[in-house]
Design a protein around this ligand. Structure first.
Ligand code: ACM
Ligand code: ZN
Length: 545
């Protein structure tokens, strides 16, 4: 490596970029590199493999100068300690690994990086902090250690993500997970270049975010009297008699948001409305249509008691809640739920019926639209955007809302055709609460069957969309609802390795996706996950065909 090489690279990089862009546009028929030798998941955009390895058996010096470079270097240093390999960040270029930001005249995709591994060492270049971070994640996956010798295969890698929304969701309401585990969930997401964590914070069974203006959300809504034993389908229902609950303090939320930000992950908090709100009603029964009393649910499902859409106090409450939520979460999107809201209480509630008349609404679906649109207006005025489950299409979509398509792809397709942004999370492929195999010994799950292969084969752009419409597909996300998942170990079992398949769906170019290559690269990932003590599910041989 050395100074001359650095300077040369710095000054000629824009030109190289331009050449690369032209090259990659005119060589569509080029055979993809043999990605099996570069075991990275998600598969990079372009790999130029060279023979041999770069090896080091000394303290690894990592050249890093700016804050972004040093931050990326810190993740590499932390990883090397897992192998007891000594390493340190240095400010000169006389190092084995160099992490460099550069300024480009080209507009490069967010997260773009280029990494070259030669006999002289490793050079990482990116125009963005996220690109440096992703390069380090790729490098971590390339490193093997044998008797204190670090080996990295020689290659030149050019990489950037296909989609802007690469998400994983976690329901912390049906079961609650401690801050340390949320951080670990974020660590693993970052390792596979996910950038959006959808934190499902409120539900019928528990309210999990501290809201200072409403202390009963902590003292009452965060708790349920007991929990169903076994599966919902087992009759008669039996309960464990154990009070269950918990919530994150605002200080803890701030800590998690900062932790995620360092790992280039945006957190999208979900505050459910108007349905799935029984826990909130248990604390503030005046916000329901019937005055209650209400109790946080002890059973799973969909409940008739929802926020009253007629009373002004409902909107005052939710706006106050959102004031605190937006202070805590800096990302552009706030998820407002919108799914599975029965209209039966609204049909007979005088407040709701008066609202219907006053606003000249045709039916209760339009009343739900009124509800969501009013919240959208409030959040838009604060400079934020809303995203909601695909039910928010019914009765008329809020003008600027993004849609999360979960009941298949129809909602997402319709929303994209209407010029709304969409995140694809269809149940048939991306619900990680489904069984992973048809084996009888799988732990009890909600139902369904979403194999690793089904996730891998998922294509987020529906065929019905034109090129122009497909631009509205922000990306895809897997959802993990935790009715039947009580422990961090079980969360990891459900998410890994399926998240690796999704990572490739949302990051890698469609033409680089190849099942045979993926399953070969998987064994290297299992080595890494073993090192991190991740409780992933080991696929059966039959599932890897
Ligand atoms: C959902 O699964 N109810 C969004
Ligand atoms: Zn009402």
């Amino acid at each position: 490596m050395g100074e001359f090489y650095h300077l040369l690279m710095k000054h000629s990089l824009s030109l190289l970029m331009a050449i690369f862009m032209v090259f990659s546009c005119t060589t569509k028929k080029e055979k993809p590199a043999d990605l099996n030798l570069i075991n990275i998941v998600p598969a990079p955009v372009k790999v130029e493999l060279q023979n041999g390895f770069y090896s080091i058996n000394d303290t690894i010096k990592i050249a890093a100068l700016t804050d972004d470079e040093r931050s990326a270097a810190a993740f590499l240093i932390e990883f090397l300690t897992l192998y007891n390999i000594p390493s340190l960040a240095v400010s000169d270029s006389n190092a084995s690994i160099s992490i460099r930001s550069f300024v480009s005249k080209e507009i490069l995709p967010e997260g773009y990086y280029r990494m070259s591994i030669t006999e002289n060492g490793v050079d990482i270049f990116s125009t963005s902090a996220s690109g440096l971070f992703y390069a380090v994640q790729s490098l971590i996956q390339l490193i093997t250690v044998d008797a204190s010798v670090v080996r990295i295969p020689k290659a030149i890698i050019t990489d950037f993500p296909r989609f802007a929304w690469r998400g994983l969701h976690l329901d912390v309401c049906r079961h609650f997970f401690p801050v340390d585990f949320i951080k670990r969930y974020i660590d693993l997401m970052a390792q596979y270049k996910f950038n959006t964590f959808h934190w499902h914070l409120t539900e019928d069974q528990g309210w999990r975010i501290e809201i200072k203006k409403y202390p009963k959300l902590q003292s009452i809504a965060a708790w349920r009297n007991e929990t169903l034993i076994g599966h919902y389908g087992d009759q008669p229902h039996q309960f464990d008699g154990q009070r269950y609950g918990g919530y994150y303090t605002q200080d803890e939320i701030k800590e998690v948001v900062a932790y995620a930000t360092q790992r280039h992950i945006t957190i999208v908090p979900e505050i459910e409305m108007p349905g799935h709100s029984l826990a909130a009603l248990s604390a503030y029964p005046e916000l329901g249509c019937t005055q209650g009393p209400y109790e946080a649910a002890t059973l799973w499902g969909v409940f008739d008691d929802v926020f009253c859409a007629g009373k002004e106090s409902t909107f005052t409450f939710l706006q106050d809640v959102l004031d605190e939520v937006t202070e805590l979460f800096p990302g552009q999107y706030i998820h407002v739920g919108g799914d599975e809201c029965p209209k039966i209480r609204w049909e007979t509630c005088p407040h709701c019926q008066e609202r219907l008349k006053d606003e000249r609404l045709a039916d209760e679906h339009e009343l739900q639209s009124y509800f969501i649109q009013r919240i959208e207006k409030y959040l838009n005025a604060k400079g934020r955007k809303i995203i909601g489950w695909d039910e928010i299409l019914e009765g008329g979509l809020a003008p600027n809302a993004a849609v999360m398509s979960w009941r298949g792809e129809a909602g997402g397709t319709a929303a994209a055709q209407a010029g709304h942004h969409v995140v694809m999370t269809p149940g048939f492929a991306l619900y990680f609460d489904h069984y992973q195999s048809v084996q009888k010994n799988e732990p009890t799950a909600i139902g369904g069957h979403t194999s690793l292969k089904k996730v891998y084969d998922y294509e987020p752009i529906p065929t019905a969309l034109s090129q122009e419409e497909s631009e509205f597909i922000l990306g895809a996300q897997a959802n993990l609802w935790t009715e039947y998942i009580k422990t961090p170990e079980h969360v990891e079992y459900m998410v890994y390795p399926r998240a690796l398949a999704l990572a490739e769906v949302v990051w890698s170019p469609k033409e680089n996706r190849n099942w045979d290559s993926f399953i070969k690269r998987l064994s290297n990932q299992f080595r890494l996950l073993d090192l991190q003590n991740v409780n992933y599910r080991q696929p059966l041989t039959d599932e890897l065909k």
